[in-house]
Design a protein around this ligand. Sequence first.
Ligand code: SF4
Ligand code: SF4
Length: 319
Amino acid sequence: MKDDLSLMGTVLRIERTSIHDGAGLRTVLFLKGCPLQCSWCSTPESQCRAPEKGYDAGRCMGCGRCVASCPAGALHLSSEVSKVSKVSVDQTKCSRCFLCVVKCPHRAWKQYGSIMTVEEVIKEISKDEIFFFHSGGGVTVSGGEALSQVDFTAAVLRACGRRGIPAALETSCYAPWGEMEKILPFLQNLYVDLKLMDRDLHQQWVGVDNSLILDNIRRIDQSSHPVEIMVRIPLIPGLNDSDDNLAATGAFCRSLKKLKGIEILPYHRLGKETYSHLGRDYAFKKLLPPSPAWILERAGFLAGQKPGVPVYVNGNEVA
Ligand code: SF4
Ligand code: SF4
C-alpha cells in the first residue's frame, strides 16, 4: 500500500529521547482523542480530539492584549481582577484560531494540540534516526488513544516501517478488532494498560466496560503477529490495588504467551494543574500519591501471584 503522507491527524506533542516507552531512545508521538474517561487521567489535555487552549490565571497580568486581538470577541477582561481568572472566555464564540496564545506576552494561554500531516510527523521523527540506530530505539505512538485516529496512526507507522524505524504502540486496546488489525503488522512492541479486571468497576471508573479490551489482548496474543506485549497497571490507591484485582490481573497475565513483563505505574498528580487550566474539575484532588513502601508491597503481592513474567516498578524488577 502507498504511504498516505498527506493524511492529517491531531498531534498533542512529539517528545524526543524518552527512555521510558520502549527499547533504546524513543521519539514519542502523542495523539489527541480518547474514548475512555479514566477518573485519574494525568493528561486531560489529550482526551479531546480537537486542538484546544488552556489558561493559567497565575501567569496572567490582566493586560488585555488577548482580549483586543481575539477576532471572535470571545474574550473579556474580568471587572474584578482576581487570582482565579482575569480573563473570561465564551467558548461558544471561540473559533480556535489561537491568536490569544500568540499574543499573550506572559504565556498565560497555551495551545494543546495541532493538526499535522503524516509527512510533517515523519519529518520530525526522522530527525532522530541516528539516535534510534545507535541506541536500538524507535518511535512510540501514544495518546490519548492512538487507535481513535487509526488511519493516521497506521499511515505514520507504515511510513516508519519503510524507513526501517522500529515501532511501539501505547494503547488501551479499546477499539474494534478490525482497527487493531490495521496497526499490528507495523508493530514490534505493544504497551497495553490493564486498569481494572472487574467489568462493573471498570465501567464505573473508566467509563466503559473492559470486555473489548480483554478480548483484543487475547486475540493479539493468539494472532500470528510477532509483537511483544508489556502490560501496564496504573496503580491507584483504593481503586485497583485490592488483593482481588491484583490476583485477577496476575491470572490473566499468566494466560498470555507473548507477554514480556508487567510495569506498575504508581498514581501521581502531575496533571492536576492542567485540569484547572482547562477549566475542568479534577475528581481525585484529595487523593495523595502513595508511598514507595506501599507501591513495593502491592507490586510484590502481584509478583507473588506468579504472573509468569517479571513485574517492574520504575524500571526495577520486583523480587
Ligand atoms: S482561540 Fe481565537 S477565537 Fe478563541 S479565544 Fe483565542 S483568539 Fe479568540
Ligand atoms: S494577554 Fe496574557 S497576560 Fe494579558 S490579559 Fe491576556 S492572558 Fe492575561
